[in-house]
Design a protein around this ligand. Structure first.
Ligand code: SAM
Length: 350
């Protein structure tokens, strides 16, 4: 390569790097654009036929001029298309913010930009300095309180969080349903199962399967409502409880995005309580975004920062999970990678 060409190449590369860096730095703008679009139901309004900012603003009770600017920003990141005459249409990507649509991530968008996540992320440097989450200080919680105490006191955000968890289940459920062997399972317990999206989806594909959710008392009503909506209420029970104290017996223990909320000692306690009610040979399923090799693009490594910001937990690699299982009477027997960042680890009670 001639010196001149090399110089031009380097210049183009640094301009590209600067642009990439600028986009990363302003990533939070996108988070809040998505949150506002979801919270103000813009996609729902456009889907229902309101396609100008004025029409949408009239339905939602927002200001037409700022609604237009938000729609325009949304269009620039692919949520809306230009339908001419200052009209907007929803793209397939934007459709993922529609309330209740199959595969919808609307509540996830709201939750990620809402106070618990937003304010906890705002003190991330402090969390790294001090060696653990500073979310209590950021949210005015007492020392030792968790995000679940916060949700208990902020029921609207808590309900969005529960719905966001169902959104996340929607992302993996097809793979999980296809991969899981439910042979010999009559009762599956969704430990920390929130509204029960996972176990209820399995129940829908298995008419003989009985399902149970163990979660905190404030989640119970929505779990029962979700079971009713899923048409499985007659085979479903919602058990209010504390997985640090006791976990009811079942033939299959489901733990999806539960262990990542807690430190190692707490995880071992949860797993031991599952083991205490399980017979030897009973199976469990752990679904988490396992951290990959350093340097590889890893959703798990990024999600780990979310856990550092807002919880005492973390994302782990397989060795770390195996250590938790060994300390609690379980053994990992197989691992299945879904088409998403989430892995399905099958474990057995030893
Ligand atoms: C990150 S969410 C995961 C929910 C669900 N497994 C999913 O993936 O959609 C963690 C869940 O654990 C529940 N939880 C927190 N502390 C608990 C406790 N001590 N006992 C039972 N459930 C608890 C929360 O209410 C919440 O629903």
């Amino acid at each position: 390569m001639s010196e001149e060409l090399e110089g031009a190449h380097n210049k183009a590369e640094s301009a590209q790097n600067a642009m990439t860096m600028l986009e990363m730095i302003s990533g939070y703008w996108v988070t809040q654009i998505l949150r506002a679009t979801a919270e103000l139901s813009l996609v729902d309004h456009v889907t229902a036929g309101a396609s100008t900012a004025e029409e949408i603003a009239a339905r939602e009770g927002t200001d037409p001029a700022t609604t237009y600017r938000l729609l325009r920003a949304g269009a620039s990141i692919g949520l809306f298309g230009d339908a001419g005459d200052r009209r907007f249409r929803v793209t397939p990507l934007g459709g993922l913010l529609r309330k209740g649509a199959p595969g919808s991530l609307r509540e996830m968008a709201i939750v990620q930009g809402s106070p618990l996540h937003w304010q906890s992320w705002g003190v991330l440097p402090d969390a790294v300095r001090k060696g653990g989450t500073q979310m209590q200080a950021a949210l005015g919680l007492a020392e030792g309180e968790t995000q679940f105490d916060y949700f208990g006191r902020n029921p609207e955000e808590g309900a969005y969080f529960a719905a966001a968890m169902s959104n996340a289940t929607g992302v993996v459920i097809d793979d999980v349903t296809r991969m899981l062997d439910l042979e010999g399972v009559s009762l599956a317990i969704d430990v920390g199962g929130s509204t029960g999206a996972l176990v209820q989806s399995l129940m829908k594909t298995r008419p003989g399967l009985t399902g149970m959710v163990l979660d905190l008392p404030h989640v119970m009503d929505s779990a029962v409502r979700a079971a009713e909506e899923a048409g499985v209420l007659d085979r479903f029970s919602a058990v209010p409880g504390d997985f640090f104290k006791e976990v009811p017996a079942a033939d299959l223990y489901l733990l999806k995005m539960v262990l990542h909320d807690w430190d190692d000692e707490q995880c071992v306690q949860i797993l031991r309580n599952c083991r205490a009610s399980a017979k030897p040979g009973t199976r469990g399923v752990v679904i988490e975004a396992v951290v990959g090799r350093i340097g590889e693009p890893s959703f798990g490594a990024l999600l780990d920062m979310n856990m550092l910001a807002g919880t005492t937990g973390q994302e782990r690699d397989f060795d770390a999970y195996d250590a938790l299982y060994a300390a609690s009477g379980w053994r990992r027997t197989s691992t299945l990678q879904t088409s998403t960042p989430w892995s399905v680890q099958e474990i057995v009670a030893v």
